[in-house]
Design a protein around this ligand. Structure first.
Ligand code: C5P
Length: 252
């Protein structure tokens, strides 16, 4: 990926009940963050209203609907996501190679139809909410780490641009998939903040140092008394980590 500023790398999860609430939050963060993530809660409640409103207002959108279906259905959904003008959308890698290839083809077709750039297509490998015993119950042996890397490699082979992964998983994904594979990392918390229900958390600086291309941050920004100030504090921490990494590259 071309070098991006910390601000461009920050995705804010608009986990809200109504399109109105999402639009208001986005407005309070205008110019301070890179993208807004629209997920299944508000999409189920209001359909594409919020995503379309944000795109029409000049914001970039990560459509987080984690498509997982037969290839033909995923291709059609991907076409619509791209035609809508999403900048990123995701699919479950566990849907398999043909389904992921269909997602990329659908994205290309939808973008061409609408005359828009093709969105990045990223795969969800193993949900971070699943631990080894949960995977065992599903018949997936070898623990989360091995499965994450296997699915990331499959996603790359199928033509996906990257994966969603916790900070802890970035290093092994980078080793397996190289420097150009996009890694989108949720589970971000400021030092000394509440982790909420996230189990595998990292600070913005740690996630940037580990090699994340995008950070997804929800509650630490959306539930802050001053969301704009919270976003700025995270961008500042990301910038510090980038500056540290650049200095280290010059003076190893
Ligand atoms: O509020 P918080 O910062 O925990 O929000 C994180 C966002 O990232 C939520 O929208 C959540 O659904 C999403 N996400 C995650 N872990 C994943 C994939 C997505 O937390 N593995």
């Amino acid at each position: 990926m071309a070098a991006m500023s910390a601000r461009e790398q920050l995705i804010v999860a608009l986990d809200v009940e109504t399109a109105d609430a999402g639009a208001r939050l986005a407005e309070s963060l205008r110019g301070r963050v890179g993208l807004f993530k629209v997920g299944s809660e508000v999409f189920t409640a209001e359909g594409p209203l919020l995503a379309k409103h944000l795109i029409a207002s000049g914001y970039k959108v990560f459509l987080d609907l984690k498509f997982h279906d037969i290839p033909n259905t995923v291709r059609a959904a991907a076409r619509e996501a791209a035609a809508m003008g999403a900048s990123i959308f995701d699919v479950h890698a566990i849907g398999g190679r043909a389904m992921m290839q269909a997602a990329v083809e659908g994205a290309r077709e939808g973008a061409a139809r609408a005359g828009k750039p093709r969105p990045l297509v990223v795969g969800v490998t193993i949900l971070t909410s699943l631990a080894a015993p949960d995977l065992g119950e599903l018949g997936v042996e070898g623990g989360p780490e091995a499965s994450v890397v296997r699915l990331a490699k499959l996603a790359q082979a199928a033509g996906l641009d990257g994966v969603v992964a916790s900070a802890k998983e970035i290093a092994s994904i980078r080793r397996a998939c190289g420097p150009h594979f996009v890694v989108v990392t949720p589970g971000i918390r400021m030092p000394a903040a509440a982790s909420n229900d996230q189990a595998r958390v990292a600070t913005p600086a740690a996630a940037i140092r580990a090699g994340a291309n995008f950070l997804v941050v929800g509650r630490p920004i959306t539930q802050a008394a001053d969301p704009a100030a919270a976003a700025q504090a995270i961008v500042t921490e990301m910038e510090r980590a980038q500056a540290g990494a650049a200095a280290k590259a010059q003076n190893p």
